[in-house]
Design a binder for this molecule. Structure first.
Ligand code: FMN
Length: 141
């Protein structure tokens, strides 16, 4: 896997913890690299944490369903992973865009959409992984 849109790195900070209550805990990033010039939206990503590669899905935006359109947040939900990485340093390779960020009419609509986003990201990263199997075979999902 070597064609990323861009890479960012930063420190994991605590969010408002709503993600945990809707079943998708997220690592909120305080970015230390250049702020990426990307549309607000959802992206398939590969996170490097202490040399381990973890698949993830990232939301970049203002979370219009919950928040009052204030700060832009960079948050990653790590797939099949539940270790505590608060205050850890991570690198995020942003691989592809899934969709644009939207406002949902209620939380259950957002949850349904995220479930479908996660399935899409897993499948797409699996295909990308297969096409790289003769190179650096990095991850299984
Ligand atoms: C994969 C993914 C997609 C998301 N898409 C949207 C979205 O389209 N619209 C939105 O308002 N919030 C979206 N969110 C953000 C959630 O609203 C956010 O995780 C929630 O506000 C919890 O944030 P907190 O834990 O920092 O409080 C998405 C989050 C994830 C992980």
């Amino acid at each position: 896997m070597n064609s990323f849109i861009t890479s960012i790195h930063g420190t994991v900070i605590s969010g408002k913890q709503i993600g945990r209550t809707i079943g998708f805990p997220t690592a909120n990033l305080q970015i230390l690299s250049e702020i990426p010039k990307l549309d607000y939206g959802v992206y398939g990503v590969i996170v490097d944490w202490k040399g381990s590669k973890i698949l993830g899905i990232m939301n970049i935006g203002i979370r219009p369903t919950f928040h009052d359109h204030s700060e832009v947040s960079y948050e990653v939900h790590l797939l099949d992973f539940d270790e505590n990485i608060y205050y850890e340093h991570i690198n995020v390779d942003i691989c592809f865009q899934v969709r644009e960020e939207r406002s949902f009419k209620d939380i259950s609509e957002l949850i349904k959409q995220i479930q479908s986003d996660v399935a899409y990201v897993k499948e797409k990263l699996r295909v990308m992984d297969r096409s790289n199997q003769n190179k650096n075979h990095f991850v299984h999902v």
